[in-house]
Design a protein around this ligand. Structure first.
Ligand SMILES: Cc1ncc(COP(=O)(O)O)c(C=O)c1O
Length: 401
């Protein structure tokens, strides 16, 4: 058995395999001197919208911009609160703050690590009041109008969208999906009696194409999908200095466009995305077979209404840091997503949350570990990862979860 290191993520192989095709995209852009907008961008937007079963796609410069533009286009800003989860990457809340609103949190579910719908209901029913003059719900905590919910489809699994959308309808809130880790993930909607793709259910959805994502650019990139024509129009203006026509600025916007070269690169990779996602699902199944019967380790949970695309394969153990060190000593790369919940980050001291406010998030943050996961991960590499994990948990049954 080889003792080559096993990376947490292999970005080298797919780029080596696709190099000739990707270089052609760059060459084409050079030959046409077409770097901003144009046919490469439009073709990618068309294809990605179709992939997500959404009517529109607006390419932007990052997932963070995608979230910010979606919020702004939905009319969210000063004086508003936006509800999300504390177990996410900080970009989710940065976008809320940068849109002028205040983030508020509800805890996650113990099994899925996505928004706990009962906690969301409890928050809206008991921690807000209805302003009958405006019809808005007002947060007791912030005194602000609750304007939107951002469910985060974390680790590649969609949040429980049916009840989230039902609550949003009841309280007249916009739902912006944070689909930055969930390109191609699906959810069985009982309300619609069909499988729905991430990016097709909310008022809009944000995607990141940061290089390590399931669909990654060769640099920074993002996109928003929506079925709402007016939202799409506003987001196109927001990404381009507020102009629909050159030098006619309807609003003040941003420089948040998606480069033509990145769009061209993403279009080539998009052709492989379904296959790559399927390979990730196969790897997840293999981990399940190898580790499923072990005591002291909790594997990812995929409910019957979810088809996850395993952006990350996150397990839970006690003494997580020891396991991470144990795997590092065996040459196995891992990650922690995320070690400090957002409500306990220094950046959000002013939100005045305290330790204990979101117990599930806090407990899982101390126990989660992301194992190697990428489409080209081989059965023998997984065998070595599993062997080391099993060795660790069997040596320390008393300290395992
Ligand atoms: C859940 C989540 N939201 C938002 C983002 C932000 O995307 P980007 O890094 O492209 O701005 C990311 C990317 O890391 C993410 O994982």
């Amino acid at each position: 058995m080889t003792s080559e290191p096993i990376p947490f993520l292999d970005l080298l192989t797919p780029h080596r395999e696709l190099e000739a095709e990707l270089l052609q995209v760059v060459q084409q852009a050079f030959r046409r001197a077409a770097f901003i907008g144009g046919p490469m961008l439009e073709a990618f937007e068309r294809d990605f919208a179709a992939f997500c079963s959404a009517r529109y796609c607006v390419g932007v410069s990052s997932g963070t911009d995608a979230l910010r533009f979606a919020l702004l286009a939905a009319g969210i800003g000063n004086g508003d609160s936006v509800v999300t989860v504390p177990n996410t990457f900080i970009a989710t809340t940065e976008a809320i703050t940068q849109a002028g609103a205040l983030p508020e949190f509800v805890d996650i579910g113990e099994q899925t690590y996505t928004m706990d719908v009962d906690k969301l209901r409890e928050y809206l029913d008991n921690m807000c009041w209805l302003d009958s003059t405006t019809g808005s719900v007002i947060s007791h905590r912030t005194g602000k109008r609750v304007a939107a919910i951002i469910p985060v489809h974390l680790y590649g699994q969609m949040a429980d969208m049916d009840p989230i959308l039902a609550l949003a309808e009841k309280y007249n809130l916009a739902v912006i999906e944070d689909a930055c880790q969930a390109h191609g993930a699906e959810y069985f909607s009982k309300r619609q009696n069909r499988w729905c793709t991430a990016g097709s259910m909310g008022r809009a959805a944000a995607f990141s194409f940061y290089p390590g994502k399931n669909l990654g650019a060769c640099g920074e990139a993002g996109a928003v999908t929506t079925n709402d024509e007016e939202m799409a129009r506003r987001m196109r203006m927001l990404r381009d200095h507020g102009q629909a026509k050159k030098y006619y600025h309807e609003i003040e916007g941003y420089n948040g466009r998606l480069d033509a070269i990145q769009a061209g690169i993403l279009r080539i990779k998009l052709e492989r995305l379904a296959e790559w996602n399927e390979k990730r699902r196969t790897c997840a199944q293999r981990y399940q077979e190898m580790l499923g019967s072990a005591e002291g380790i909790v594997l990812p949970y995929e409910g019957s209404s979810a088809k996850a695309v395993y952006h990350l394969y996150v397990v839970r153990v006690q003494n997580r840091d020891d396991l991470q060190r144990h795997l590092a000593a065996a040459g196995i790369g891992t990650g922690i997503h995320y070690p400090i919940p957002l409500h306990l980050q220094s950046a959000y001291r002013t939100l005045a949350y305290e330790r204990g406010d979101f117990p599930i998030t806090e407990r899982t943050a101390a126990e989660i570990l992301s194992l190697p996961m990428f489409p080209g991960l081989t059965p023998s590499q997984q065998g070595r990862v599993a062997e080391q994990v099993l060795e660790f948990v069997s040596l320390a049954p008393a300290r395992a979860a």
